[in-house]
Design a binder for this molecule. Structure first.
Ligand SMILES: [Zn+2]
Length: 602
C-alpha cells in the first residue's frame, strides 16, 4: 500500500457527528421496513404463483380450442374424474386440502365441467358452460394482473433498496456534511467563538492523541484546558456546565514574542489524550480559557494543517475494540469547519490492523552482529516468534515484520522502505506498539553485558522501563552498564550524535541532497521511522540505496522501542540469551500486558 492508499483509507472514515448517526439510523429503519415489505411481497407471490400457473395450463389451452375439441377435452376430463372417484375419494380430498384457495377454485371448475359432461348436452347447458369458462378466464386475468403488479412493485422496491444501500455506503465512507451541519454544530457549541485558535499539528503516537496550536489572545491566561464535550448534551456556555464535559486536559502553554499563546496537549509525544480510555460517543473538542481576571471563554478549534482525518483502533481487550474517528467536520465544499469531532464506537479490528508489531532485527543478506558462528539475525528471529506467540496467548493481535522466509540474498539494510520492508509493514499494521529485537556487540572485551531498551527521545520512557525491568527480572540478567544516552536503569534514548550528524550530512551532500536537520532527532531508524510526524521520520541518511518512507508524513505513528537483549560479544550474555529465551520472552510479554492494562485504567 502506498501513502495515497493509506491516506485514502484514513480519509474515508472521518467523523461526522451524531447528526449523521441519526440519519443513518433513520435510513437503517427505512431499509429494514423496505426489506420487510419486500419479504412480504415475495412470500405473497410465492404462495400464489405456482398453484395458479400449474393448474391453469390445461384450462388456458382449452379456451383457445374449438367447441368440438372442447367437448372432447370435457369428455376426457369427465372420464378421468370418474376414474378418480372410483379409485379413491380420499385421495382427491387429500389433494384438495393441500391446495391454495385459487387452486381450489380451479379444481371446482373441473369438477363442475365433469358433472356437466355426464348430462346430455343442451344449448342452455353449453351456454352455462361457456359463461362459467368466461368467468374463470376473467378471474385468471385479474390474478395475472395482480401478479404483474406485485412483480413491478418488487422491482421498484428492490431498486429503491439498492439506491438506499449505495447512499448509506457512500455516506459512511466519505465525509459528506449535510446542509444543516452548521446548525447542528451551533447547537453543540452554543456561543463558543472560533475566531483565534488554530491547530497546527495533530497526531496519534502509540495510544495517545495530541494537538498543537496557537491562540491569538494576548489577554493574560491563568489556565488553558482542552475539553471534550459530549455533543448529545451540548454545552451551555455561561452556565456551570462542566459536569457535562467528559474529559478535561490541562494544556502546556508558552507565550510567543507578541504575547500570544502557543499550546500543546503534552510535552511528550506518548502523553496527551489517552485513546484507550474513552467511552463510546460523539465528542466535540473545545478550548477552555480561564483568564487571570477570573473570566472564562470557550473556543472551538480551527484547522490550519489541511484535512488529515485519523482513524484509530484501540488495543484488543477480550476480543473487543473501539474505533475512534477524529476529524474536522466539513461543509459541502469540503472545507474544514471549526469543529473538531471525535466519534468513538464499538468495533472489531479489521483484518489488516494489529495491536502490536514485533521486528526481528536484520535478516536476509544482513546478519547483524556475529560471534562464534552465531548471528544477530538468526538469534532474534525465534525471539520475535516466541514473543508473538506469548502476546497472542494474552489475546492480542500481533504482526511480525519478517518471519525468516525472506531471501538470503535480500539486502534488508536497504529494503526497509520497500512495500514489504520492515518499516512499511510496521507502519501499515496500525499497531500501537512496536518492539524491535536486537543484540549488542562491542569490539572491546567488556566483562559484563546486560539489557538496553531504547525509546524515542520525544517520549516518556515508561514503556521501555517496563520492558527493561521485565527482562532483568525474568531473563535473569542485569541492566547494561553503558552510560551514554541512558535515561533510567536499562532505558536509553538516542538522538543523532554529533558524529552521526556529520556522517549523515556528508552522505546527503555526496548524493546531491539537501541534508536534514538531524539535531535532536532519534538516531535509531525503527524508533524514528515508525513514528511518522510525531518522531520526525526521515528518509534515512538521504542515501539513494534506501527507498522512501511512504509513511514519514503519517499522523498515526507506532510507539516503538528497540531492545538490545544483551551482548553477542560477551559469552555470559550470549549463553543466557540462547538458554533462557523463555525467561526473556516472559519478561517482555508481561511488560506489554502491564503497559496496556495501565493505559486502559488511566
Ligand atoms: Zn542489531
Amino acid at each position: 500500500m502506498n501513502e495515497n492508499d493509506r491516506n485514502g483509507r484514513l480519509g474515508k472514515t472521518r467523523s461526522t457527528g451524531s447528526y449523521q448517526s441519526t440519519k443513518l439510523n433513520k435510513k437503517k429503519q427505512m431499509r429494514q421496513n423496505a426489506e420487510l415489505k419486500m419479504d412480504m411481497a415475495y412470500r405473497g407471490q410465492k404462495t400464489k404463483n405456482p398453484s395458479q400457473e400449474r393448474r391453469s395450463e390445461p384450462e388456458r389451452r382449452s379456451s383457445v380450442q374449438g367447441s368440438a375439441q372442447r367437448r372432447k377435452v370435457t369428455q376426457q376430463t369427465a372420464q378421468r374424474q370418474a376414474a378418480a372417484r372410483q379409485n379413491s375419494s380420499g385421495r382427491v380430498n387429500a389433494g384438495r386440502n393441500n391446495m391454495e384457495p385459487s387452486g381450489t377454485r380451479i379444481n371446482q371448475t373441473r369438477i363442475d365441467t365433469a358433472k356437466t359432461a355426464q348430462r346430455p348436452h343442451t344449448r342452455e347447458q353449453m351456454m352455462r358452460d361457456k359463461r362459467a369458462r368466461e368467468r374463470y378466464l376473467r378471474r385468471r386475468r385479474r390474478a395475472l394482473c395482480t401478479q404483474l403488479a406485485l412483480l413491478a412493485f418488487s422491482i421498484v422496491l428492490l431498486a429503491g433498496i439498492v439506491v438506499l444501500i449505495k447512499k448509506a455506503v457512500i455516506k459512511h465512507e466519505t465525509v459528506e456534511v449535510e446542509a444543516n451541519v452548521e446548525e447542528e454544530i451551533q447547537s453543540v457549541l452554543g456561543n463558543v467563538t472560533d475566531d483565534s485558535v488554530e491547530i497546527s499539528k495533530y497526531y496519534v503516537y502509540g495510544t495517545h492523541f495530541n494537538l498543537e496550536g496557537h491562540i491569538g489572545t494576548t489577554k493574560e491566561l491563568k489556565t488553558l484546558e482542552l475539553v471534550m464535550v459530549d455533543d448529545k448534551k451540548g454545552l451551555a456556555v455561561g452556565q456551570d456546565s462542566e459536569e457535562e464535559m467528559e474529559k478535561i486536559y490541562q494544556l502546556v502553554k508558552t507565550i510567543g514574542e507578541d504575547g500570544s499563546y502557543y499550546f500543546k496537549t503534552a510535552e511528550n509525544i506518548n502523553e496527551g489524550i489517552n485513546l484507550e480510555n474513552i467511552d463510546d460517543g460523539n465528542y466535540c473538542l473545545l478550548l477552555k480559557l480561564l483568564y487571570a481576571d477570573g473570566t472564562k471563554e470557550y473556543k472551538s478549534l480551527k484547522d490550519a494543517v489541511g484535512e488529515q482525518a485519523i482513524t484509530y483502533y484501540t488495543l484488543t481487550e477480550s476480543g473487543k475494540n473501539q474505533k475512534i474517528d477524529i476529524a474536522f467536520a466539513q461543509d459541502d465544499k469540503g472545507t474544514n469547519l471549526s469543529y473538531l469531532g471525535m466519534q468513538v464506537k464499538r468495533s472489531k479490528l479489521p483484518d489488516d490492523v494489529y495491536d502490536i508489531v514485533i521486528d526481528a532485527g536484520h535478516g536476509g543478506k544482513d546478519p547483524g552482529a556475529d560471534k562464534n558462528g552465531y548471528t544477530e539475525a538468526e538469534l532474534t528471529l525465534p525471539y520475535a516468534k516466541a514473543i508473538k506467540e506469548s502476546l497472542e496467548d494474552k489475546g492480542y493481535k500481533v504482526q511480525l515484520t519478517r518471519d525468516g522466509s525472506e531471501s538470503s540474498s535480500e539486502d534488508m539494510a536497504y529494503t526497509m522502505y520497500d512495500e514489504d520492508g520492515r518499516v512499511s509493514i510496521a507502519c501499515r499494521s496500525g499497531a500501537k506498539y512496536g518492539i524491535s529485537i536486537h543484540l549488542n556487540s562491542n569490539a572491546e572485551a567488556l566483562t559484563s553485558g546486560g539489557v538496553q531498551v531504547y525509546c524515542s527521545v520525544h517520549g516518556n520512557p515508561d514503556f521501555a522501563k517496563l520492558i527493561a525491568d521485565g527482562i532483568v527480572t525474568d531473563g535473569n540478567t542485569n541492566y547494561s552498564s553503558m552510560e551514554s544516552d541512558r535515561v533510567a536503569n536499562g532505558v536509553y534514548a538516542s538522538p543523532y550524535s554529533q558524529n552521526g550528524v556529520v556522517k549523515s550530512t556528508a552522505t546527503a551532500q555526496k548524493y546531491g541532497y539537501t541534508p536534514y536537520d538531524y539535531t535532536g532527532v532519534d538516531s535509531l531508524f525503527m524508533i524514528r521511522e515508525l513514528g511518522g510526524i510525531a518522531t520526525g521520520a526521515l528518509v534515512d541518511g538521504r542515501d539513494p540505496r534506501y527507498g522512501t518512507n511512504e509513511y514519514r508524513n503519517s499522523n498515526v505513528g507506532v510507539e516503538s522501542v528497540l531492545v538490545e537483549l544483551g551482548y553477542i560479544s560477551i559469552k555470559s550474555d550470549l549463553q543466557n540469551i540462547i538458554s533462557n529465551q523463555k525467561g526473556y520472552v516472559k519478561g517482555i510479554a508481561e511488560a506489554v500486558e502491564k503497559q496496556i492494562e495501565q493505559q486502559k485504567k488511566l
